[in-house]
Design a protein around this ligand. Structure first.
Ligand code: GDP
Length: 426
């Protein structure tokens, strides 16, 4: 029996989808516990390449119960489209359960996200414009719509009217945009409710039963620790907590049920959106790393935007692992660094003439300069290697040094985007 959380140690895009997919074959349940369609988890398997936004990464295994927990921002259109894509591409129909307590992303959330990013122009946050911040704001305002509301038309209409009352004033007078008609939204959501009714369940009870029956449950995080609204690089953060501590809340299981916390980190840094990235590269150095990264270059899985890239940041990653309470680390994209004769690792920051190893508050982080240590590169293609011992000694030394600097054992090493390109370090 195990409940394990697979979470990001950094800014997101660490390769959590690939690691969840790898771990899922031994699991009974895979749960998404927060966030929404603003992030994409890339998975390559025998059916091809998939980028999952709404569905849990266990959908490629027919034996797995896939759960969308109460903490998720559910975009029903995305969900239906993704299910259709799986069907079109020959993937067996997955077992899926959507929490009746999950809340629904509304057209007003997406509209507001667009209008506000446009208004902010040069100061925008780099939102994916999926409506996630307005969604969580409405949840806190207590004017959100729960999945269960979709099946009571009168109540649904009342709640939509309440939700849109203030927003329509803002759209008209704040942004000079058209209002949204509550009747049309009610009709759309009512129909969407019909489409997903077969999946809706009390997922908290399902998880409790699985846990009590000694099932193995994988809690799949979205984005990474440094995007946490309380502990991350606020305001360049996301709107729900991507921490393993929140996984218990967002999924609906006891906190003490989680026994393994696998923090995923790349062998270098990558980041979509705005905010300080101390080891960021520019120019041709960045372009070379970006074009070699991931499975097809470092471009956002959701937006296609070029990701910002840089060298491995041990200060940020140690902080991220500590926030997650990581019991172990999965290091991904190690293969990507095979072109380098020497590989820099940021081991500290220079700040106001001092050296620090602690991750500072955002305003100070913007002034931090990286202090690099150079590691020898292995200058070879390691993608076909399948055991840790076969790795070139320079690659093993790179991993050992990362372990030392972040204070957490690296147990899984990914050497390519495919399911079998993974090494277990004993
Ligand atoms: P997630 O949201 O954390 O699942 O990460 P993304 O899917 O947004 O980004 C991770 C990227 O790295 C995707 O393009 C993956 O296919 C790719 N990837 C994952 N592990 C590896 C690896 O070990 N090597 C390479 N080259 N690509 C990888």
């Amino acid at each position: 029996m195990a409940v394990l959380a697979v979470v990001g140690a950094n800014w997101g895009d660490e390769g959590k989808g690939k690691i969840t997919d790898y771990l899922a074959h031994n699991a009974n349940v895979v749960v998404r516990f927060q966030g929404g369609s603003n992030a994409g988890h890339t998975i390559l398997n025998s059916w091809g390449k998939f980028v999952l936004h709404a569905l849990p990464s266990g959908v490629f295994y027919p034996h797995i119960l896939n759960v969308i927990g109460p903490g998720v921002a559910l975009n029903i259109n995305n969900l239906i489209q993704e299910l259709q894509t799986l069907q079109d591409r020959g993937v067996p129909t997955p077992q899926l359960f959507v929490s009746e307590r999950a809340q629904v992303v509304l057209p007003s959330h997406v509209a507001l996200d667009h209008y506000e990013e446009d208004r902010l122009a040069a100061n925008q946050f780099g939102s994916t414009r999926s409506g996630i911040a307005p969604f969580y704001a409405d949840k806190a305002f207590k004017i959100g719509i729960q999945v269960a509301d979709l099946f009571h038309k009168g109540l649904l209409r009342d709640r939509i009217e309440r939700n849109l009352a203030l927003k329509n004033i803002l759209f008209t007078y704040g942004y000079g945009k058209p209002t949204i008609d509550p009747v049309t939204v009610t009709e759309t959501l009512w129909q969407q409710g019909t489409q997903i009714s077969g999946y809706v369940a009390d997922t908290t009870a399902i998880l409790r039963n699985q846990w009590q029956d000694d099932g193995t449950i994988v809690l799949e995080g979205q984005l990474g620790a440094l995007r946490d609204p309380d502990h991350g690089i606020y305001p360049f953060t996301t709107s729900s907590s991507p921490l393993a501590g929140f996984a218990a809340v967002g999924a609906g299981i006891p906190p003490y049920a989680i026994t393994r916390i696998i923090a995923v980190t790349k062998a270098y840094s990558s980041c979509v959106g705005a905010g300080p990235l101390v080891t960021e590269l520019n120019g041709s150095e960045a372009e070379t790393l970006r074009s070699r990264g991931g499975d097809a270059g470092e471009y956002g899985a959701t937006t296609g935007r070029p990701r910002r890239v840089g060298w491995f940041d041990a200060v940020a990653t140690r902080y991220g692992c500590a926030l997650q309470g990581a019991t172990e680390v999965a290091l991904t994209n190690l293969d990507v660094l095979g072109y380098l004769a020497e590989i820099p690792i940021a081991v500290g920051y220079r700040l106001d003439g001092h050296v620090t190893h602690e991750f500072p508050i955002t305003s100070r982080l913007m002034e931090a300069q990286p202090i690099y240590e150079m590691m020898p590169g292995w200058q070879s293609d390691i993608r076909s290697i399948r055991t840790y011992r076969q790795l070139p000694s320079a690659a093993r030394r790179y991993i050992d040094r990362i372990e030392e600097l972040i204070g957490t054992a690296v147990n899984l090493i990914s050497v390519g985007p495919e399911r079998d390109q993974i090494l277990v370090k004993e």
